[in-house]
Write a protein that binds this ligand. Structure first.
Ligand SMILES: C[S@@+](CC[C@H](N)C(=O)[O-])C[C@H]1O[C@@H](n2cnc3c(N)ncnc32)[C@H](O)[C@@H]1O
Length: 256
């Protein structure tokens, strides 16, 4: 199991430049503030942080963040950005199924952009939830986002082509998706071409498998790990109506 290796990690921020990380971080902050009322929490654990985009936004909103990702190349990119931004976010390479036991526990943990699905199996999901549970203070909260099965099964795109025209090159990404219903997974095969002004090009290929979930299935996992589901939303909107148009569910669970 691997994802965002080498050059793919370096290109990640180009591919997601349009993603509204600021809005998503504010939504997370609002959930935390609503939950903690008088005492907004400041210490946060982030799983599968990628190149740190949510972490930097949340740091600007006042959180102190310990962030993890199992791709050393994504963490290398996050650290470069931290250095440029003079950020104090602590980035570490680590598998979210094997979280270390931190001496000081956290009030909040997050795992965003459907990253929990990368662990694929029921056992993997439980390992993540149990590890988060261990590292949260009593009544601490876990805010995470997962891919919603009904939207995926109804509307997935077998082939997608995207092009980025940049000052120094052009990038073409072809994404081919296949679905496995029994394992509730989608495998995306990326072919990425970078075309340079001197007529040369480079190519990379990576396949990633990610799992999608039914809402009740996720509630079952979360409750089995000892959490109580506090709320869930259609993405980063204050909308709790979940239907087959809902691609991403953001859930907040409390350690009870
Ligand atoms: C879609 S990216 C999201 C990154 C970041 N959260 C964001 O919103 O930009 C998924 C991330 O999950 C990481 N990942 C996948 N499996 C993991 C695991 N078992 N432990 C830690 N990170 C993992 C990948 O390396 C990748 O950076």
């Amino acid at each position: 199991m691997s994802s965002y290796i080498g050059r793919h990690a370096q290109l990640y921020d180009i591919f997601y430049a349009e993603k509204n990380y600021t809005k998503e971080a504010i939504f997370v902050q609002q959930l935390v503030n609503k939950y903690y009322k008088q005492q907004p929490s400041k210490k946060m654990l982030e799983l599968a942080c990628g190149t740190g985009n949510h972490a930097f936004e949340l740091e600007n909103l006042g959180f102190q963040i310990q962030a993890f990702d199992y791709s050393p190349d994504m963490i290398a990119r996050a650290r470069e950005k931290a250095w440029e931004k003079q950020s104090k976010v602590s980035f570490a390479v680590g598998d979210m199924r094997e979280l270390p036991h931190f001496e000081e526990k956290f009030e909040v943990a997050i795992c965003l952009f459907d990253s929990i699905g990368y662990v694929l199996t029921n056992e993997g999901v439980m390992q993540v939830l149990n590890g988060v549970y261990e590292n949260l203070k009593d009544k601490g909260i876990f805010i995470f986002e997962f891919w919603h099965a009904p939207a995926m099964l109804k509307s997935f795109d077998p082939v997608r082509v995207k092009r980025w025209k940049l000052a120094d090159k052009e990038i073409l990404r072809i994404s081919e998706t296949s679905i496995s219903i029994p394992t509730q997974t989608s495998t995306v095969s990326y072919n990425i071409y970078e075309f340079f002004p001197n007529g040369t090009f480079s190519h990379l290929q990576e396949a990633q498998t990610n799992r999608f979930f039914q809402l009740q299935e996720m509630i079952f996992f979360v409750e089995n790990a000892g959490f109580k589901v506090v709320s869930y939303y259609d993405g980063y909107e204050n909308n709790t109506k979940i239907d087959e148009q809902t691609w991403h569910i953001v859930m907040m669970a409390e350690k009870v």
